[in-house]
Structures are given as C-alpha cells and as structure tokens.
Write a protein that binds this ligand. Structure first.
Ligand SMILES: [Zn+2]
Length: 268
C-alpha cells in the first residue's frame, strides 16, 4: 500500500494515517534467432550477467518502530515518511509478510535463470529501510531492473493488480528522465506476465482499468537511477483478493509472473 504525499506534503499523510486507502522455468529458451544449443549458458541462464534488485515493501517489524519510520526523508518531490507499516488482510496477514514471501520466491526463480539478485531488506533490520535508501540500494547495485513488491489496502470490491511507473520528476535531487522510458517497458512486461501467470485482472479501481499507473509522489521511484517499478499484487482488504494473496500456490504464480516480466525485459 502506497499512500500519496498529497499536495500538503508528508504532514497530510500524518493527519490521514487513520484512513484506509491511499514472481520456474530455468530452461526458458533464448530468443529463437540465437544460435544457442540446449545446454548453452544463453539458453539455460538468460539472465547471466544481469543484476536485479527486489524491494519487499515495508518490514514486518515496522509496527514496533512507529516513531522511527515516521521520520521525514527527502523523497525527490518533497518529503515523505521514512516507511509505513503497510496494510493487512482482515484476518491479520500482513502486507510486509506477503512482500517478503513473494520476494524470496522471485529471487529463487531469477537466480535459477542466472541473475544476481539482491533484496533491499530481508527482515534483517528492525525497521525500514526508508524509501530513499530503498532507491539507493538499487542504484548502488547498478541494477538492470528493480521491482518493489506491494499489496494494496483499498475497499471491498476493489480488486486486481496494478503496476506503478515513475513519472518525469526533476527536483529535490531526483531526476527520472533516464528511467521513465525503460521503466514503462519493464512495467508493461510485468503486467502482461503477471496477468498471464495468476489470471488476475488489472485493478478495477485505478488507472481506468489499464493495470498501469504513473506516480510522481513515491520516493522509491523518484530517487531511482535504474529502471524500476512497483507492483500492487492485489487488494488485501477485499475477501476474494485476500483469498489469493494468502494462498502460497497463488504467491508462487505471482512471483513467476513478475520474474517472467523481468526476464522478458532483460533477456531480449
Ligand atoms: Zn505497500
């Protein structure tokens, strides 16, 4: 879940905080034109030499560090809170647990395809990282692609997934001009593969059902210098979406969809 900054900056979020809304096939063939044999590195490991950074949204322990994560950080277009707790299903399955699980599944798939994979965190720190550091981790790794994994916290009846793309932002230390184009390609490939793998529809409550939304208020995107997108995999507050998000088999499909989108973006 990603709460917009709002026109009044991060303080507006503070006032509204009580409100609701706001990734197996290691033998995937290389491009048919490639003269690669079945056992060659390029066919079995299409992501060899590529670096992918996965950003599991939030942190399961953020809830115990409310003051620390409320600290304002430069988000490339005004300030924003360091991090948020994220949402949860009505039964209490936390978004932060979901994002870590999907990130682990994505990592296994991408590493099997030859990618070097780094996570921005692995619940190995007490809170965060802050959104600005999440972006900097991808930048420092010189990631070929970075994906931030989330699930939304909208109202019942709002269903489906959407990918969030960086807008053109050039202020407050941010300059997304070099990543807007490639990030859109990355996001569209992920949306396509995610939908195919999970059977999920593009969200029916945002971006006119296109499944692709552009935002200029996310520090994790604004501060990125590498192609990066967010994906909101579903709505944790809708019972039907929640039934999927809490199903490990569905999460494997979700992880495969995202990994396939990344692979499609990087391997062709
Ligand atoms: Zn989130």
């Amino acid at each position: 879940m990603l709460i917009p900054i709002g026109y009044a900056g991060w303080l507006a979020w503070d006032a509204a905080a009580g409100g609701g809304s706001a990734e197996d096939d290691a033998k995937r063939p290389a491009a048919s034109a490639a003269p690669a044999g079945p056992g060659s590195p390029s066919s079995a490991r299409p992501l060899a030499g590529k670096t992918v950074v996965i950003d599991p949204g939030h942190n399961p322990r953020n809830r115990d560090h409310v003051a620390e994560i409320a600290r304002a950080v430069q988000a490339g277009r005004g300030h924003k809170e360091c991090d948020t707790t994220g949402t949860a299903t009505d039964a209490g399955y936390a978004e932060a647990a979901f994002t870590l699980d999907v990130a682990h599944r994505m990592r296994a798939l991408l590493e099997a395809r030859g990618a070097k994979v780094a996570l921005t965190h692995d619940a190995d720190r007490p809170f965060g990282p802050c959104v600005d550091e999440r972006a900097r981790i991808g930048n420092a790794a010189h990631a070929d692609a970075a994906v931030s994994v989330h699930a939304d916290g909208s109202t019942v009846g709002n269903r489906g997934f959407h990918v969030i793309l960086p807008a053109a932002v050039k202020q407050d230390g941010a300059d997304t001009s070099a990543i807007v184009g490639p990030s859109r390609v990355l996001g569209e490939r992920i949306a396509d593969k995610f939908s195919g793998a999970t059977g999920s529809r593009p969200a029916n409550y945002i971006a006119a059902g296109s499944g692709v939304n552009v935002r200029d208020d996310l520090g994790g995107l604004n501060l990125s210098t590498v192609p990066k997108v967010f994906i909101e995999c579903g709505n944790m507050r809708d019972p039907k979406d929640a039934a999927e998000l809490t199903d490990a088999k569905w999460r494997q499909k979700a992880a495969r969809g995202i990994a396939d989108g990344i692979t499609d973006f990087l391997a062709r």
